[in-house]
Design a protein around this ligand. Structure first.
Ligand code: C2E
Ligand code: MG
Ligand code: MG
Length: 826
């Protein structure tokens, strides 16, 4: 019973498993078959029936030959036999079947041996899949690939295809040529083999990006090595390759050999870099402008400007923060006329207002067709240089001690004020300030204390004025103030009062309380003077007046002040300081020897150029110098300077000429005269016979005894003597004989009227004759015309001096004239 039961259970289990097996088979998409050893179909699934177009019952029990093509039958049989003999399953084999409707069918299938429980082979089973379409497609693909390859070969540009690992799977001859490989060497190579690792990494990134985005990349530079190791650059595309299902399988693209182009580009870059390096040596910026004069490029060697050059790009210079002194008009004209320019100074203000100066040079450049293309050039920063210049300018125009404008600067400011006031019909005042007793403080407390006092007073003066007013230091204890914008003299007196009050405040100097006062003179524009010099002079005069009246005081320039005595006082005062201020110079008037027709000597003539009074004529200041005795010192200076100059000319290669120096009455009376002359001759190395001292008749007439003694003493030094302005005094022939005179100079008043006056002609002739008789050289002064010269020549006059031949000249000018004259050029 239990045996029966277990057998029934076994059959049930079998049936159940059979059922499960069948349902699985039916669900399969692939065809399933079972045949016995003779090839009769034992079982098949729905897929198998559908594949062949039969119903199941039409197949089961029938031999498989029924759906085999005759051509394939033998081959199929052989495979079954092989599986039966070896017991080894066979998979993936293609064979051809026939459908019920007779149409052929290509399948790929497997053959497995089926054994019974005892291991005996009882049949075969296997799966089959319809691969008709697949095989068809594959064949078409193969065909199209051949065609495709044909197309590839006609492409002149290199073509590549790599798989996802980067292995070259397809290439054309152009690629082989570019890389120098045979086709069979190339296929199968990884692209990494063709390039440096860092380039591979870059390419990999490109591939990855294309793979990720699916978007092709264009213009990728691909630097590779040829088989022989030389570098080659391809520029090309990377495109995704997909299989029929759309799955990415690799990449492909077309390359172009750009090696040469990259070479040229590189060379260009290098030459540009070299050019840049060169311009960098001498410049800080390289720039270019287009035909519309807008900056298109601006590169700095080092960026110190603090402003990005972007602020310049696209703009003409005048639309940027750059400034140019005097405005852009002139520079704009240069550019519009396409002219080159050099070292144009431009300025801009950095943040904080600091100036930044550049010196800009540029050149126009032109297109191949000759049309204007723009400008290019360089700029150099010159801020330091410019600031140094400004500093020098400041030093030249300002007083070091007080920082105030100096005389030179004040003179400019005053000139400007005059010009402005003239146009605007405005008035202004010039205040001349002189500190009283300053010299005393300087002498007793020392220069340092004096300097401190001046600085202190300067600060106070400044505090007492408006910003529109100007104060300058003229030197020493002299200041000058320009008070602008005033309607009447009331404000000028108000300023003067304030300045006086400021000065009187006590100052602590060297532990002592010191007090200074000031004297102020005021001149008003325009009534007291319409030019610089008159205004300054009159303010100066007014100041003296204030001082005379008891100091700590101010005075306007008035007509009553304008007395002779004050003019003179002023002159005298300036003259007193002329030597120490180095205001004297000498001019030299050549004398022409008439028979030898050469320059035989010069006369030294004193010139005084005072900073306030301007050039003062000798006739105006020499009398004052004489009266005050200053002429002694001045005369020594003249002698010394003239002798030194004479020696210097000789050293410079000019022939020796005589040097005439005028002596004044006062000098003539000076007991030291002879010794002074001797000392000067010795110290300068001047040959005594070249020095000729000019005296006047008066000196001899007034004190004959002294004159003859002195002249004899002087004469002993070897020096020559001349009588100047001869004919105006009262000397007589008889007197002249008593003195050791060498030369007579006929006074210019006779020469002037030679043409008109018979008398003057007669006197001149007589002097010449008389001179000759006495064995003296005769010189005619003040010869201004050819007629005068002709007359003198005809009468046998020895030398002449006058504007007709030459004016008094500066030392260098004379040397020049002398040299030219020697060579017959003048
Ligand atoms: P001087 O010694 O009779 O000098 C000649 C003057 O006549 C000079 O005037 C000269 O510039 C001027 N002169 C020369 N050629 C001509 C001419 O063709 N036409 C006219 N109209 N003038 C001519 P300057 O330089 O103004 O000197 C004037 C006087 O001042 C001199 O007369 C001389 O007496 C005196 N002087 C000049 N320099 C000195 C000096 O160093 N010491 C002294 N004590 N007196 C001097
Ligand atoms: Mg003279
Ligand atoms: Mg004279």
């Amino acid at each position: 019973m239990s045996a029966l039961l277990s057998s029934i259970q076994a059959v049930d289990a079998l049936r159940a498993s059979e059922e499960r097996f069948r349902s699985i088979l039916e669900e399969l998409e692939d065809a399933y078959y079972e045949v016995d050893l003779a090839g009769n179909v034992l079982r098949c699934n729905g897929a198998f029936c559908r594949m062949l177009g039969y119903a199941e019952h039409e197949l089961v029990g029938r031999n498989n030959r029924m759906f085999q093509s005759k051509e394939a039958a033998a081959a199929v049989l052989a495979r079954f036999r092989q599986v039966y003999a070896s017991g080894i399953s066979m998979t993936g084999c293609d064979w051809e079947l026939l459908r019920k409707d007779g149409s052929p069918l290509l399948v790929e299938g497997s053959i497995h041996l089926v054994r019974d429980a005892s291991g005996e082979a009882i049949g075969f089973r296997g799966f089959q899949r319809d691969v008709t379409i697949q095989r068809e497609t594959e064949r078409a693909l193969r065909e199209s690939e051949a065609k495709y390859r044909g197309i590839l070969e006609t492409i002149e540009d290199p073509y590549y295809e790599v798989d996802l690992h980067g292995t070259l799977v397809l290439a054309n001859d152009a690629l082989c040529r570019m890389l120098g490989y045979e086709m069979h060497e190339l296929i199968g190579l990884s692209y990494e083999h063709l390039q440096a690792p860092e380039i591979s990494a870059r390419m990999q990134a490109h591939f990855a990006r294309v793979l990720q985005s699916g978007v092709a990349a264009q213009g990728v530079d691909w630097e590779m090595y040829r088989k022989d190791g030389t570098p080659v650059t391809g520029e090309g595309s990377v495109q995704l390759v997909r299989d029929l299902n759309g799955k990415p399988t690799g990449f492909r693209g077309i390359l172009r050999d750009v090696t040469k182009r990259r070479h040229v580009e590189q060379a260009l870059r290098e030459s540009e870099a070299r050019f840049r390096a060169l311009t960098n040596l001498s410049s800080d910026w390289y720039w270019e402008q287009d035909a519309q004069l807008r900056y298109t490029r601006m590169e700095s060697r080092h960026n110190r400007s603090g402003k990005a050059p972007n602020a310049f790009l696209g703009r003409a210079p005048w639309d940027t923060a750059l400034m140019i002194e005097g405005g852009w008009d002139e520079h704009r004209r240069t550019l519009l006329e396409h002219r080159p320019f050099r070292d144009v100074v431009m300025r801009r203000n950095l943040s904080g207002g600091k100036p930044y100066y550049i010196s800009v040079s540029g050149e126009p450049f032109f297109n191949a067709d000759g049309s204007f293309a723009g400008y290019r050039g360089v700029s150099r920063e010159i801020t330091d240089q410019k600031l140094a210049e400004e500093r020098i300018q400041h030093l030249a125009t300002h007083d070091v001690l007080t920082g105030l404008p100096n005389r030179a600067r004040f003179s400019q400011l005053l000139a400007e004020s005059i010009a402005q006031a003239r146009n605007a019909h405005a008035r202004f005042a010039v205040l001349f300030i002189d500190l009283d007793r300053f010299k005393h403080i300087n002498d007793t407390l020392g220069h340092e204390a004096g300097d401190r006092l001046l600085r202190e007073v300067t600060a106070r003066f400044r505090g007492a004025m408006r910003t529109t007013d100007v104060i300058a230091r003229l030197g020493g204890d002299e200041f000058v103030v320009l008070v602008r914008e005033l309607d009447d003299s009331a404000r000028a007196s108000a300023v003067a009062r304030k300045l006086l009050a400021a000065a009187t405040q006590p100052v602590m100097l060297a532990g002592r309380e010191c007090r200074v006062t000031a004297s102020i003179g005021i001149a008003m524009y325009p009534q007291d003077g319409e030019d610089e010099q008159t205004l300054m002079k009159n303010a100066d005069i007014a100041m003296y007046f204030a001082k005379e009246e008891g100091k700590d005081n101010f005075r306007f320039y008035t007509h009553e002040i304008k007395s002779q005595s004050l003019e003179r006082l002023l002159l005298e005062n300036h003259l007193r300081r002329a030597l120490e201020r180095d205001e004297f110079t000498l001019h030299y008037q050549p004398k022409l020897h008439l028979t030898q027709n050469r320059i035989c000597g010069v006369e030294a003539l004193l010139r005084w150029n005072n900073r306030e009074l301007g050039a003062v004529a000798p006739a105006d200041f020499i009398p004052i110098a004489e009266e005050t005795g200053m002429i002694i010192e001045i005369g020594k200076w003249v002698l010394q300077t003239a002798c030194a100059q004479n020696v210097a000319w000789q050293h410079s290669g000019l022939p020796a000429v005589s040097m005439a120096v005028n002596l004044s009455v006062r000098q003539f009376a000076d007991p030291h005269l002879r010794d002074d002359i001797a000392a000067i001759l010795a110290s300068t190395g001047m040959a005594p016979e070249l020095l000729e001292l000019e005296i006047t008749e008066g000196m001899m007439v007034n004190n004959p005894a002294h004159a003859s003694a002195l002249l004899a003493a002087v004469k002993q030094l070897g020096v020559r003597l001349a009588v100047d302005d001869f004919g105006t005094g009262y000397s007589s022939l008889g007197q002249l004989k008593n003195y050791p005179i060498d030369t007579l100079k006929i006074d210019q008043s006779f020469i002037r009227d030679l043409g008109a006056s018979n008398e003057d002609r007669a006197i001149t002739e007589a002097i010449i004759v008389m001179g000759k008789t006495l064995g003296l050289a005769v010189v005619a002064e003040g010869v201004e015309t050819q007629d005068q010269e002709d007359f003198l020549r005809a009468r046998g006059c020895d030398e002449l001096q006058g504007f007709h031949f030459a004016h008094p000249l500066g030392a260098a000018e004379f040397a020049d004239l002398f040299a030219r004259h020697l060579h017959g050029l003048a």
